[in-house]
Design a protein around this ligand. Structure first.
Ligand SMILES: Nc1nc2c(c(=O)[nH]1)N[C@H]1C(S)=C(S)[C@@H](COP(=O)(O)OP(=O)(O)OC[C@H]3O[C@@H](n4cnc5c(=O)[nH]c(N)nc54)[C@H](O)[C@@H]3O)O[C@H]1N2
Ligand SMILES: Nc1nc2c(c(=O)[nH]1)N[C@H]1C(S)=C(S)[C@@H](COP(=O)(O)OP(=O)(O)OC[C@H]3O[C@@H](n4cnc5c(=O)[nH]c(N)nc54)[C@H](O)[C@@H]3O)O[C@H]1N2
Ligand SMILES: [Mo]
Length: 697
């Protein structure tokens, strides 16, 4: 049944002929805001945070407030295009949809006839929608038998670590942070990347709570906390062990909670006993006093909550570190109170409500078991030849919802891979990104204002609906519509390939948990969930108890970075500065970099360096510098600032390469080695040296 976009019932048509439509922010962010889109004369003129959606509280971030500017951007790709110059030149000519779809189908059929595993879908979270993310596209690639993609680029180290500890990606309700008395903001620049949590933390602060920020960088969030602990990147596991040591030594444990709800506490206790505050402090590059005091506060303040975020798991030992931090609330029984415990991700709460098998149809594989390619090693994998271990050389990549040439690690390799003349690349995009520049065929996608979708969230527990506010711009089509048309050209006749977008949106959730009527009416549905879900244990593990000694993983320990003085002293002599590359506040990964009003705020690609490190290298603020290591060079401007701690530099991400000073971005320097748990990239585990560029170099 085709559905017309329904105007928000309470508002309807106003006298000025303007109407509002209920929508959802599609971006990869924990906040998943409810949006009211104002449409006038068929044009979306304004987006606002919905005042009635509890997590959104009527506010949007600066970036998403610019969503109409992005949607109506003059450089939007609005028709299919075919490459007319060398790979990567960015030269294209317009073609019709029929020609585009026919040429893609012809090419994919020919490759699939030899081996469908030579075809790879490449996608991430350009939109987090369940329909325009992996709905029709998943059906398409399952039917085809293409290689599977391991979607690890962001959160799988922490996600798998949390699941190994608690049985799923579950934690506190975000709303309850407002009642906490102590909040550790750990590996999170909340003001930049989790704004609606920050509002709650501010509320708690006004009511007398203490906020402690644990981050190598002095972020805008750290500025506003009572205390900032600027540890070295990749040392969070050591900090957690040092805190445990002190909780034991100062006898601040909740013995009853540990005995009843944790499996393997004695083994963790033994491990922590080896980590005196001094030993941990030496590894973290902080003082023992900071650890002793933080443990005293954490062990004696009720309720105490940890907002852990993914920034601290982008290092070799990220998985172990998350397991250790995640266990801290058990030591002090913080879970007993609804405003105590920890939140890394709430996405596991949606599991029972989701109909993934219906939406994605893995059964279409019909017994075939294609190989899996890790998206984080796309640089290496595009350059591999056919071999028994790897399988067939990649001959075609279909990219949607992602910009791998800018965001994947070790860009030198990624660019070389996408520059292969014998690789057939289709990119479905809004803009001519660095990746689209390397396509053979570019297809125009709709934005969130132009298509249906439904959303879960990894920072709150409301299922959300997105209704189209305006028809597709130009010749653009939704991802689902594009894969539907491709399926037809490929001759896939299973009835699921004719489901329209709204039908798929309705299929995505179980009706008894997230009723479609309610989604249409309100725009969101709150999941049923206990207020203090683990007050009496009951974690979603097999035994209901938290796990210390996980099968195959052992008891968690601090794991040093790949690139640090302990692991590789020679490398550390050549490249003595640790570089992290967290997001810039006004971009969303590489999205919005081309929106002028936002780029004007961010200025230019830059690396933050501490005044002492800058002075030692003859670098002054604003100077052009080369950031170098064994993988390459990234030229940008130096920002000499106390936001960087000594020994650590911050290369704020993720600029489009082509907007960089020399056509590179920070990922020219990052590597493809994977984390201890979750097969994820270690973006923030990276040594560099920085040198000023001579004025006439
Ligand atoms: N404005 C904005 N918001 C975003 C994004 C964006 O690009 N821009 N990206 C979105 C996405 S995809 C994600 S995954 C999330 C990411 O958001 P977060 O999960 O919060 O992760 P990051 O932003 O990578 O890093 C957060 C903080 O961790 C710090 N950090 C780096 N290394 C370490 C370490 O070893 N230990 C500790 N303790 N801290 C460390 C960084 O300096 C940074 O301030 O945000 C989402 N929201
Ligand atoms: N150095 C460094 N690298 C990083 C990170 C870091 O912190 N430092 N962060 C990492 C993290 S956490 C992540 S999540 C990844 C993010 O990597 P990606 O998921 O690739 O994120 P974006 O760069 O935002 O690119 C998303 C693209 O999808 C497109 N898009 C949006 N909506 C749609 C749609 O409906 N249809 C189609 N076809 N396209 C759409 C957008 O235009 C955009 O170009 O980057 C990672 N890379
Ligand atoms: Mo991410």
């Amino acid at each position: 049944m085709p559905l017309a976009p329904a105007p928000e019932a309470s508002l309807g048509l106003s006298e000025r002929g303007s109407r509002t439509v209920l929508a959802t922010c599609p971006h990869d962010c924990p906040d998943t805001c409810a949006i009211r889109v104002t449409v006038e004369g068929g044009r979306a003129v304004k987006v606002q945070g919905h005042p009635d959606h509890p997590p959104t509280q009527g506010a949007l971030c600066t970036k998403v407030s610019r969503y109409p500017e992005r949607t109506y951007h003059p450089e939007r790709v609005l028709q299919p295009m075919r490459r007319s110059g060398p790979k990567g030149s960015g030269r294209f000519e317009p073609i019709g949809w029929d020609e585009a779809l026919d040429s893609i189908a012809t090419r994919l059929k020919a490759i699939a006839a030899r081996d469908p595993e030579a075809i790879l879908p490449y996608s991430y979270a350009g939109t987090m929608g369940l329909v325009q993310g992996d709905g029709m596209s998943a059906r398409f690639f399952h039917q085809l038998g293409a290689s599977l993609l391991d979607r690890t680029i962001c959160a799988s180290a922490g996600g798998d670590a949390l699941a190994a500890t608690y049985g799923g990606k579950v934690g506190m309700h975000v709303e309850h942070f407002a009642e906490s008395r102590l909040i550790l903001i750990w590996g999170s620049n909340s003001i930049a990347s989790n704004l609606h949590f920050w509002t709650l933390a501010q509320q708690a602060k006004r009511d007398g709570a203490r906020l402690v920020c644990i981050d190598p960088r002095r972020t805008e969030t750290a500025d506003k906390c009572h205390q900032h602990i600027a540890l070295l990147p990749g040392t969070d596991g050591a900090l957690a062990l040092g805190l445990m040591h002190e909780l034991i030594r100062q006898d601040l444990l909740d013995h009853d909670y540990l005995a009843r709800h944790v499996d393997g506490w004695p083994k963790l206790r033994e491990r922590a006993m080896a980590w005196s505050a001094q030993r941990a402090a030496d590894v973290c590059g902080i003082t023992a006093e900071e650890i002793v005091q933080l443990a005293a506060e954490y062990g004696s303040t009720r309720p105490a909550a940890i907002r852990l975020n993914y920034g601290m798991q982008r290092v070799r030992g990220g998985g172990n570190a998350v397991r250790l931090v995640a266990l801290l609330p058990c030591l002090v029984g913080a879970w007993r109170h609804r405003a105590g415990g920890l939140l890394l991700s709430s996405s596991g709460w949606f599991r029972p409500a989701r109909n993934d098998a219906v939406l994605q149809r893995p059964d279409l594989l019909a017994g075939r078991r294609p190989r899996t390619i890790n998206m984080s090693t796309i640089g290496n994998d595009l350059l591999r030849e056919t071999s028994p271990a790897f399988g067939p050389k990649l001959e075609a990549v279909v990219v949607y919802n992602s910009n791998p040439v800018a965001v994947a690690p070790d860009s030198g390799k990624v660019v070389a891979g996408f520059a292969r003349e014998d690789l057939f690349t289709v990119v479905i995009e809004h803009f001519m990104t660095d990746t689209a520049d390397h396509a053979d065929i570019v297809l125009p996608a709709t934005t969130q204002l132009e298509h249906w979708d439904v959303h879960t969230s990894y920072g709150h527990t409301y299922a959300m609906l997105n209704q189209p506010a305006v028809p597709p711009l130009g010749q653009s089509r939704s991802n689902a519509a594009i894969f539907r048309a491709l399926a037809e050209r490929m001759g896939f006749d299973e009835p699921c390939f004719s489901d329209d977008d709204a039908t798929m949106a309705r299929q995505a959730f179980r009706q008894d948990i997230v009723p479609w009527d309610e989604l249409l009416r309100t725009g969101w549905v709150r999941l049923p969930m206990a207020e203090a879900p683990f007050a009496e244990g009951g974690f979603p593990t097999a035994t209901g108890r938290a796990i210390v000694d996980a099968p195959g993983l052992g008891v968690p320990d601090h794991v040093a970075n790949y690139e640090c003085v302990q692991s590789d002293p020679d490398l550390a002599r050549r490249f003595p500065l640790a570089m992290i590359s967290p997001p810039a506040r006004n971009f969303l990964n590489s999205t919005f970099v081309n929106v002028k009003s936002l780029r004007d705020i961010e200025g230019e690609p830059r690396v933050e360096i501490h005044p002492d490190d800058a002075a030692a290298r003859g670098i002054v603020g604003g100077a052009v510098v080369d950031v170098i290591n064994q993988r390459g060079r990234y030229r940008c401007k130096a920002d000499v600032t106390g936001r960087a701690r000594p020994g650590v530099v911050n290369g704020l991400g993720i600029w489009w390469r082509k907007l960089g000073l020399e056509g590179t971005n920070v990922n020219q320097l990052t590597h493809q080695r994977l984390t201890d748990i979750g097969r994820a990239p270690a973006f923030y585990d990276c040594l560099v040296e920085i040198a000023p560029v001579a004025p006439h170099a």
